[in-house]
Write a protein of this length. Structure first.
Ligand code: NAD
Length: 251
């Protein structure tokens, strides 16, 4: 027996980075997994992992994808809301259109996917939703105004959903990663004047002196999503190399 034997999970944004690591970890734990992404990747046989093109900005595509997963695997027990996009700049850097676009994906996308999954989660025996927030929800990080506001909203939404769904037995939590070594960060670094120096700065910002790995975030997600975390809801778990709480002295 492994932790997720007999359970079905859906991972939005499961085609890359943290989401892909969640898909691999949940599947290794015995879950059958639906991968919902703009660019989904079929990493295993379709009887274990079902890759479906879906857009978290489009309710109809999420409703159809959840139904496809539930029909194929017999229900949905776990939803991991991982799809998200970046935004760089201070509060004046982006106009209304960009603020609406980022909130539409990072915040309303969580609400849409949850709305689509809830009819199935309500019939599950140990249902859980895990949202991917960020260190930026609770720490001021330069040049991330819009992105930080969106992740702060994910944090708040996690608490509100946990309260609303507690009587349905649906646990809702979030994971707040620091800077994680994923294609997302690789793209950010590629745009820097000196990518090597910028990566060293990002690593040094975390007390552990290195970037978080996607597998480390996935391990936290699996803990929160699994039946053994049955008494844990309405909270955020930091996976940030100590960034949120530690101020170590450096030479
Ligand atoms: N990498 C980090 O340092 C870091 C830190 C904290 C939080 N996060 C969060 O983790 C999540 C994943 O980040 P990542 O680093 O793995 O990024 P990534 O770019 O490697 O993966 C993101 C995935 O989301 C998918 N996606 C984007 N928009 C979508 C949409 N509208 N519908 C469906 N899928 C969509 C992309 O296709 C991609 O596969 C994001 O929510 C991000 O905000 C990342």
């Amino acid at each position: 027996m492994t932790a997720f034997d007999g359970l079905v999970a859906v991972v939005t944004g499961g085609g890359s980075g943290i989401g892909a690591a969640c898909v691999a970890a949940l599947s290794a734990g015995g879950a059958r997994v639906g991968v919902l992404d703009l660019r989904p990747t079929q990493t295993e046989e379709a009887d274990r992992v079902l890759a479906i093109r879906a857009d978290v900005a489009d309710q109809a595509s999420l409703d159809a994808a959840m139904a496809e997963v539930a029909n194929a695997f017999g229900g949905i027990d776990i939803l991991i809301n991982c799809a998200g996009i970046s935004s760089v700049g201070d509060v004046a850097a982006n106009g209304d259109e960009e603020w609406a676009r980022v909130f539409d994906i990072n915040v309303t996308g969580v609400a849409r996917a949850s709305r689509a999954a809830l009819p199935y989660l309500r019939h599950a025996t140990s249902p859980a939703i895990v949202n991917i927030s960020s260190i930026v929800a609770t720490a001021g990080i330069v040049q991330r105004a819009l992105y930080s506001a969106s992740k702060g909203a994910v944090h708040a939404l996690t608490l509100a959903m946990a309260a609303d769904l507690i009587d349905d037995g649906v646990r809702v939590t979030c994971v707040a990663p620091g800077t994680v070594d994923t294609p997302w960060v690789a793209r950010l670094l590629a745009g820097a004047d000196d990518p090597v120096a910028e990566k060293a700065r990002l690593a040094a910002r975390q007390p552990t002196g290195r970037l978080v790995t996607a597998d480390e975030v996935a391990a936290a997600v699996c803990y929160l999503a699994g039946p053994s975390a049955g008494a844990t809801t309405g909270m955020s778990l930091a996976v940030d190399g100590g960034m949120s709480g530690l101020r170590p002295r450096r030479p």
